[in-house]
Design a protein around this ligand. Sequence first.
Ligand code: NAD
Length: 450
Amino acid sequence: MRVSMIGTGYVGLVTGVGLAELGHHVVCVDSDQEKIDTIRRGEVPFFEPGLEPLLQRTLGERLDATTDLRRAVLETELSLIAVGTPSRDDGAIDLSSVEAVARQVGEALRDKAAYHVVVVKSTVVPGTTEDVVLPLLEQTTGKRAGPDFGLGMNPEFLTEGEAVQDFLFPDRLVLGAIDERTHQTLDALYAGLPRVERMRTTPRTAEMIKYASNALLATLISFSNEVGNLCAALGKEEGGVDVAEVMQGLHLSKYLRHSLPDGSAITAPLAAFLWPGCGFGGSCLPKDVKAIIARGRRAGVPMPLLDAVIGINERQPRQILTLLHRHYPSLQGVRVAVLGLAFRPDTNDMRESPAIPIIHDLLAQGAELTAYDPAANAEARRLFGNGRLRVCDDLPEAVRDVDAVVLVTRWDEFRRLPELLRRGERQPVVIDGRRMLDKASVPRYEGIGL
Ligand code: NAD
């Protein structure tokens, strides 16, 4: 099939390259000329393991990239929209990019006689595809949705850092469509993934499935953090409770762990979200939970549970400062290394990363900061400049002669921290914001929920 993929960010480029890998002819479209030039050189404009070799393999064969949206739409049978859907100041979804693209696609389709299918892949609140995109397409094309063009909604569930695997081996395909013909086109699009569980539904339900999925993950994380904060407070009383042990106990539940006849067991990946930390970030969970709360508000339905999920998450990075204050009541002149800047490992994406409020708070209290991330250093320099935050090129340099180390992102590389610190003369206090180190592995250990 000939496919135009509009918006070539994390989702669009992975999907475009993935569809080309499955045998489709794909044109990636973006309004950002620099991004398109980068892709045409065979380079991925962001950090995503495994994507560049696939891009280079398909580029020029079945994959092309352009800023010419009109031509891309005219020369293809199906257009996927994967532009950003950020938060507005009030938390509601900002649909301006989706609307702009819908208009542009419609203007191109006005001059195309053949049937065409438009599919929304961006995360959009329930009702967007049918109540916003559909009327825009009908107005600009002068045609009717259904007989003249197809319309679908196919939410994306990939995780940055694991995106290539997630495309090639997805857990599910949620295929929302306004009619049977669009459904058949979506089936043909994913014919190369025959064993994946498919769910055929309406665009509105497909949209809601995406929000319910992200809201569930965010809820589990905030739940874990709320439990962890109580554990930390109980520790001040007699005995002490460690949230890591508590969560390990939860993971043994029959709802999260399946025992096999040979005595081994499989733990559900969902258990990973039942773990304490310094909060969730990224371009999806915070904005999506806020967007669905705002959608609820518009429908006259308050969502107090999700309000609390966001509230807990916004307060959580401060736990790091609380732990530091146990050792340094004043942070003025205290040398602190912040390890991990990306919102999760295996990405350079710093959008809504908990590292950002932590760094701002530390700087505001007069700490002297070094920072290091295996992939997001350049992004951090862009965000913070290289003034009061000294971004270091490697881990040893970042932790040299510091008073405290703050672990913000669960990168595997940071597991060597205890060994690295053992070689140094000073023993900084280590604040484990992800509970990823053994608490006995460093002499001065503090962890969230301990
Ligand atoms: P992104 O910001 O990385 O990419 C969006 C791209 O769209 C940019 O390259 C931008 O230049 C381009 N764009 C914007 N307006 C355009 C226009 N008018 N014409 C052409 N191109 C235009 O965003 P992303 O992270 O890929 O997310 C895209 C959507 O997918 C969002 O709705 C997001 O919520 C959703 N999503 C993201 C992830 C993720 O992990 N990043 C996962 C699932 C779903």
